[in-house]
Design a protein around this ligand. Sequence first.
Ligand code: V55
Ligand code: FE
Length: 489
Amino acid sequence: MAAFPQIPDYMGLNTPQGQEYRIDNLDVTGRIPAEVNGTFFRAVPDPAFPPFMEDSAASLAGDGMLSAIRFENGAVSIQNRYVDTARHRAEVKAGEALFGKYRNPFTDKPEVQGMDRTVANTTPVWHAGRLLMCKEDGRPYRVDPVTLETLGSHDFGGKLQSETMTAHVRVDPETGEMFAYGYEADGLASKKLSYFITGPDGALKKEVLFDAPYCSMMHDFAISENYALFPIYPTTSYVERMKEGGDHWYHEQDWDSWLGVMPRYGDASDVKWFKGPKGVHCFHMMNAWEDANGMLHFDQCLSDSNAFPFIRAASGIEMSMQELNGRLARWTVDPRADGGEVVETVIGPPGDFPVIPAAKQGRPYDHAWMLTMDPQMQGPPVMGGPVGVMFNLLMRLDMRGGPPQAYAPGPGYCFNEPVHVPSNEEGHEGYLLTVVDHQTGPDDYEHGCWIFNAGDIAAGPIAKVAIPRRQRVQIHGWWVSREKLDSAV
Ligand code: V55
Ligand code: FE
């Protein structure tokens, strides 16, 4: 087989692994809390075949590899298995890559034209007893949570009109409903959005189709108790450029951003658009919530341009990491107004991978966690992932204005996105689980799943599980408790 090109997308932490395995009885140091009983599912892009053409966004295009770290009464195992998408299946059969550039179907080989080309590599979503591997460019794939066998593309019983579904759904803690959306819902570069709700049984209850101001890379959204919030940032798409073999995404630095606000159970005619600053972009929202005066707050990891260097490069934007001006930003609007402009307040540091307790989804919240960079860290950060550098500091933010807490293991260490495991103990903030990568040599890494007391991360990990195989960079994870696993349908 041809080799992977020796470029950063395929080197170091980004080295393709392509290994399916299960390893039991992993070594544990420290004490695993009894409440950490369940499975930490992780989505890892892992290209099975070397590309046949250059792709600036190759770090996002790898085949979905589902990684399950299972905790059963103190014993821990890991299983990694590919999502058997139509695309992966076709490439395995051919023994080579057949699909071209990230999200550009015009670059695919003729024999796979028209085939579902999603790689299901971004988030393992658990809802209504089902595990869905999601990527925003297509519909999710359903996977068996026990065997990790792929069960097929999931279209909600044939009811979903949208051709796409986000990898960032929001589950309401009280109703158990899943709130989701798809962008480019009816085709490439379209501004059509689909907003949909599934019941606690997983059945599609409602789908609303409406138009965004323009086609936008809308990676995440938010809900509050009474509203659904749709952020539109000016990373956009042009069919003509794709036909010419170009990228899917171009960032338009001088376009306005927008926040669409719709009553949760509203319709297309109910959307109100609030104007935000020009040129900004955000991948992940921390939360949205309503205060006692009925004002709506939308908390997000915002930057002054797109944080992915390859999108800025394709768009001719020269901005350094500093100039990106990353921040945790709160946009406040009055949902009773007919529109207007967002009011921005900076409430936290630059960073990404925000995490809140599932019970606080769409509600006022006291604390949250995120990944950021330690300004004091000596030596270069660990390279890897779509941005190129990995986060080396885990932070707990006090949303009521108290001091933050932080933990950095030291030079050579970096974090993948944590998941939160709630505790039933009164006043206990639960636990954070995160895969930590440690670079020990030019091409040597050690990996572990570390467990933190979520209310006291500064104390360092309370347990470490050694992972004896090289891991590729994870995108998102999802914690599924033993109880929920037992409710699988
Ligand atoms: C992101 C990740 C993606 C993608 C688009 O983290 C955005 C952001 C792993 O795939 O396709
Ligand atoms: Fe994401």
